[in-house]
Design a binder for this molecule. Structure first.
Ligand SMILES: [Zn+2]
Length: 104
């Protein structure tokens, strides 16, 4: 049985971190592009990286929110695929994971 309070705190901390990082990214994406052609190309590449980072961040945020729901309904720490307990070692590494090591 995982220590729910411990993981809940870790999930909430991580959520906050991602949230502030994503808001930083949004701010950068809406900055106007420089007029110079070469600079604009560089800027575009940078934006793509930021967008990917944003998407990965959004996916992680969704997973974390899901995990928090599972903490509330007491299914947290149980693999959604096979129903086995997820090891503490794995939860410590990826607190928002819904699957055990075998099913990941
Ligand atoms: Zn499993």
């Amino acid at each position: 049985m995982p220590n729910r309070q411990h993981y809940k705190k870790r999930l909430l901390d991580r959520l906050q971190e991602l949230d502030s990082r994503l808001h930083g990214i949004e701010g950068e994406l809406i900055e106007p592009s420089p007029a110079d052609d070469e600079e604009r190309a560089t800027e575009r590449e940078g934006d793509e990286v930021l967008e990917q980072l944003g998407n990965a961040g959004l996916a992680e945020i969704a997973a974390i929110k899901h995990a928090l729901t599972r903490i509330e309904d007491k299914s947290y720490g149980i693999c959604v695929v096979c129903g086995e307990d997820i090891s503490d070692k794995r939860l410590e590494l990826i607190p928002h994971t819904p699957r055990c090591r075998n099913c990941a």
